[in-house]
Design a protein around this ligand. Structure first.
Ligand code: NAI
Length: 333
């Protein structure tokens, strides 16, 4: 039998973890023929709840689940991991300033970056879902000098999927009829969902749904803000933040990174900028990417109109401010 692939998940006893673990264990991440060993990290007070989740994993009798290890020490849990899904983060609580939030998460992602650097397998791929995802990924990357920078990514696939759902509704088609959606920038309310290169059944999406005054108004006043504020709308409706869709997107992102994007299409992933499209080098920003065999490439040569330029610049400026704030806190190694 094949050696199991070690997949580490942090924040495993949380909301997203409760959806994510069962999908990984059932083969949704690595396929039905690859045995997986889950390595689950939590903070000490959550380990008892995590034991309950492990009981449920046992009780699911998944054919592809080879083993489960749990613990509160990243140096142990990340040992030999080929995939790390960094979901656990410190949420913003009442009265917490932005600086406090960055500092609390900095404490988590510096430690985890160092532990990955020391203990992860050579083929490690890292997806950061925990917010502020882009900047947490930057902190982890900066504290893991021996891991190539391109192995770190942050999740904007949920935003990408949300944009697909909104565009499909407007165009009266199924999401499978859509291609080449792009999310640019930060996973925050400044993110820019771009339909100018997207295709609806092979036709340009912007020309199809946003060419007249009514369409332009829809794009500016409905589509973009709906995608940007979807997280808040879910909290308002559900009384809890999006979890199952975030878990599904974490799987989509990491699976497509490992197994490759479809021909004639691309994905949105936040990855380290090489300066493409005027995004300052070194920021972890969302781009249109194609993937193959665990590597990604930023799609080149797209024409960026004035409407898009201003929005990409605004979101990447926010990322620059976040980087400056964590640098001032000495979190960048
Ligand atoms: P949750 O609060 O239910 O679970 C988070 C878990 O992380 C908790 O069980 C907590 O004990 C654990 N944790 C905290 N610090 C840890 C550490 N140092 N090591 C290991 N575990 C630790 O939160 P939920 O709903 O599961 O969300 C997780 C994160 O994902 C949040 O930061 C949330 O904002 C973010 N998120 C990101 C999305 C994206 O698209 N990028 C979408 C939705 C959520």
């Amino acid at each position: 039998s094949t050696t199991p692939v070690k997949v580490a998940v942090t924040g495993a006893a949380g909301q997203i973890g409760y959806s994510l673990l069962f999908r990984i264990a059932s083969g949704a991440l690595l396929g039905p023929d690859t045995p997986v060993e889950l390595r689950l990290l939590e903070i000490t007070p959550a380990l008892k709840a995590l034991e309950g989740v492990v009981m449920e994993l046992d009780d699911s009798a998944f054919p592809t689940l080879a083993g489960v290890e749990i613990g509160d020490d990243p140096n142990v849990i990340f040992d030999g991991a080929s995939v790390a899904l960094l979901v656990g983060a410190r949420p913003r609580t009442k009265g917490m300033e932005r600086g406090d939030l960055l500092e609390a998460n900095g404490a988590i992602f510096t430690v985890q970056g160092k532990a990955l650097n020391e203990h992860a397998a050579d083929d490690i791929r890292i997806t950061v879902t925990g917010n502020p995802a882009n900047t947490n990924a930057l902190i982890a990357k900066s504290n893991a000098p021996d891991i190539p920078a391109e192995r770190f990514s942050a999740l904007t696939r949920l935003d990408h999927n949300r944009a697909l759902a909104q565009l499909a509704k407007r165009a009266g088609v199924h999401v499978t009829d859509l291609k080449k959606m792009t999310i640019w920038g930060n996973h925050s309310a400044t993110q820019y969902p771009d339909i100018f290169h997207a295709e609806v059944a092979g036709k340009n999406a912007a020309e199809l749904v946003a060419s007249d005054a009514e369409g332009t108004a829809w794009l500016e006043n409905e589509f973009i803000p709906t995608v940007q504020k979807r997280g808040a709308a879910i909290i308002e409706a559900r009384g809890a933040s999006s979890a199952a869709s975030a878990a599904a997107a974490t799987i989509d992102h990491t699976r497509d990174w490992l197994r490759g994007s479809a021909d004639g299409d691309w994905l949105s992933m936040a990855v380290v900028s090489d300066g493409s499209y005027g995004v300052p080098e070194g920021l972890i920003s969302s781009f249109p990417v194609t993937t193959k065999d665990g590597n990604w490439e930023i799609v080149q040569g797209l024409e960026i109109n004035e409407f898009s330029r201003a929005r990409i610049d605004a979101s990447t400026a926010e990322l620059g401010e976040e980087r400056d704030a964590v640098r001032a806190l000495n979190l960048l190694g």
